[in-house]
Structure formats: structure tokens, C-alpha cells
Design a protein around this ligand. Structure first.
Ligand SMILES: O=C[C@H](O)COP(=O)(O)O
Length: 317
């Protein structure tokens, strides 16, 4: 079960917190590369961090051919992400993913399949992945997903507002979405691969948090470039700055294109080094991934048995 994090009440739109920011791209890239290169994880430590990656995972299916049957299989995997022998050998009584993330029309199936597990359902909404729909329809989509039982809503922003520097329009849109979410926690997907500069990423992060986002999330998984470490570094710096100004802790969700156990470790190292251990828990950190669990499963089986673990022997997620 994911412990709830207090909601972000947001602030008024406060331009002086971000409008003069200028991100040094080479320094950001160097810092991101150094973080991962200097902290190799081995043995028991590596296994513990991989187990934590599962705990923090939003196990996702966002495909055009999703069906209730596929969602039910994914939910079974969320309930039991490792085989019983591997879980027992790791000394774990219980292990689930943090959430299951689906399209709005799949929420009801996911809620049904996860009944009694304590695993929340996250729904994308607001015209995911492009967001290019009238605002009234995007807000209605949020209300629909919440009505179906989604406890978390992953919204997408209008990238054009960022590219034009129209921070008021971006703030008003996200604030309206936050209101439509009601009690459901809101993750704001910035689609950073569309935002052109790291300065825009910082500014959009800050506006999303001022407008009340509980999490900021990198990508939809559908942009040409999805989660990267340099972009993630800028986003976690923004949420650190927001926390220093407001005392409010915001969560971070890298998502899109992350497929390997090494990816899971790299993003956790980033969180620990930049924000501290508190940000290694599902209330403040999620890995959004549709195809990372298999590689983690292989790595953990290999750790437990000492033998190579072939992915074809594992249940499909
Ligand atoms: O929100 C999560 C992403 O859409 C997942 O992206 P992915 O399919 O590249 O793992």
C-alpha cells in the first residue's frame, strides 16, 4: 500500500521564482553523467535497490490495443511482480508495484482486478498524449477517470504555452485540472522532449507545482525523446527549490523509454543524491514504465540463483 503524501496546496503564480532562470546545459549533462558513473551498486545493495524500484513502479500499459484482459494480466503482475521463490529468497513477505497506470476506459477493469490489494489505479487524462483537446473536454476526462475509480491522475500540459512563455495560461490550465482531480493526486506530465530547452523544463516544472501538481513527470512515453537524466536533474532541482520556498514536498516521476534494471538504479541514485532517502519511497517517487519490470525480474532471479535468468521464462507483464 502506498502511504499518502499530503497534497500540494499550490501557490499564486509567482514569476520571480523562475522567470530569470538560465540552465547551464553542459554542466547539467556532466553532473548527471557523474552521478551515475561514480556510484556502482553490487550484490545485496543492488538487489535491495531493484526491489525498491518495483515498489516505486507505476506499472503501465498505454497502447491503442489495450483490452480489459491485458489490463487484468498487468494487474496480476502488479500484485505479484516476482515469482514466489524469488520473493521468498529475497526475504520479502509482500511486494507489489506502487500503482497501475492505464487509459481512462481501462480504469474500471484495473480497479476490479486490483480489488483488495491496496494498489491504486492511475489514469492518464486530458487528451493524453498530446493534450490537444478543448479544455472543457480535458477536464471532463479527468472527472470521468476519477468517477471510474482512479486515485491518481496523470495530466498532460499544453506544450505551446511553454514554448510561447505564456505562464499564466499554463498555470490556469493546470490549476483547473487540479480542481477537477478532487481527492485524486495529480501528476503533471511536462513532455520535456517537446519543450526545447532545459530552462523551459525548469520553468514549466515550477509553474506546475505553483498550480498544485502533487508530482511532476517527465514524459508520456510517446515523445521522440522521453525521460533523460539531465532533464530529470533539472526537474528535481526545481522541486527542491519549490520545497525550500514553500515547505511542500513534491513527488517526481520519470517516465518513458526506461527499460532496464540499470535505468532503475540510475534514477534512484539521482533521487538519493539530489533529494535524500525520503525520495526513494512511492509517496514521492515513481518510475513510469511499461517494459522495465521484466529486466528487473531477470536481474533479481539471477542474484538469487547465481545463474543467468532468461526473460522468456517469466510471465508477460
Ligand atoms: O507513463 C508512462 C509511460 O507512458 C511509459 O512509457 P514506456 O511505455 O516507454 O515505458
Amino acid at each position: 500500500m502506498t502511504s499518502p503524501q499530503p497534497r500540494n496546496p499550490g501557490t499564486a503564480l509567482t514569476l520571480p521564482w523562475f522567470e530569470d532562470i538560465a540552465v547551464n546545459t553542459p554542466a547539467t549533462e556532466a553532473r548527471a553523467a557523474r552521478l551515475v558513473a561514480t556510484r556502482p551498486l553490487r550484490g545485496e545493495w543492488r538487489a535491495a535497490w531493484l526491489v525498491n524500484a518495483i515498489r516505486c513502479m507505476d506499472l503501465t500499459t498505454l497502447a491503442g490495443d489495450d483490452t480489459p484482459a491485458r489490463v487484468a494480466r498487468l494487474c496480476a503482475k502488479a500484485r505479484r511482480p516476482l515469482s514466489d521463490p524469488v520473493r521468498a529468497a529475497l526475504g520479502l513477505d509482500r511486494l507489489t508495484t506502487a500503482a497501475v497506470c492505464v487509459y481512462p476506459t481501462m480504469v474500471r477493469s484495473a480497479v476490479h482486478a486490483l480489488d483488495g490489494s491496496g494498489i491504486p489505479v492511475a489514469s492518464v487524462a486530458t487528451g493524453f498524449p498530446s493534450g490537444l483537446m478543448p479544455l472543457s473536454l480535458r477536464l471532463e476526462e479527468i472527472r470521468h477517470a476519477v468517477g471510474e475509480g482512479a486515485a491518481e491522475i496523470d495530466i498532460v500540459i499544453t506544450r505551446a504555452h511553454v514554448l510561447r512563455g505564456d505562464w499564466t495560461a499554463l498555470y490556469d490550465e493546470i490549476a483547473a485540472m487540479r480542481e477537477a482531480c478532487g481527492a485524486a493526486h495529480m501528476k503533471a506530465i511536462l513532455a520535456t522532449g517537446d519543450l526545447q530547452t532545459l530552462s523551459n523544463v525548469y520553468k514549466a516544472s515550477m509553474v506546475a507545482m505553483q498550480a498544485g501538481a502533487d508530482f511532476i513527470k517527465t514524459s508520456t512515453g510517446k515523445e521522440a525523446v522521453n525521460a533523460t537524466l539531465p532533464v530529470s536533474l533539472i526537474m528535481v532541482r526545481a522541486l527542491r527549490d519549490y520545497g525550500a520556498r514553500t515547505g511542500v514536498r513534491i513527488g517526481f516521476k520519470p517516465a518513458g523509454g526506461m527499460k532496464t534494471a540499470e535505468d532503475a538504479l540510475a534514477w534512484q541514485i539521482l533521487m538519493k543524491e539530489e533529494l535524500g532517502r525520503d525520495w526513494l519511497a512511492p509517496c514521492l517517487f515513481r518510475l513510469g514504465a511499461s517494459s522495465m519490470l521484466g529486466d528487473i525480474e531477470c536481474a533479481l532471479e539471477s542474484h538469487v540463483t547465481g545463474r543467468y535468468a532468461a526473460s522468456h521464462r517469466h510471465a508477460l507483464a
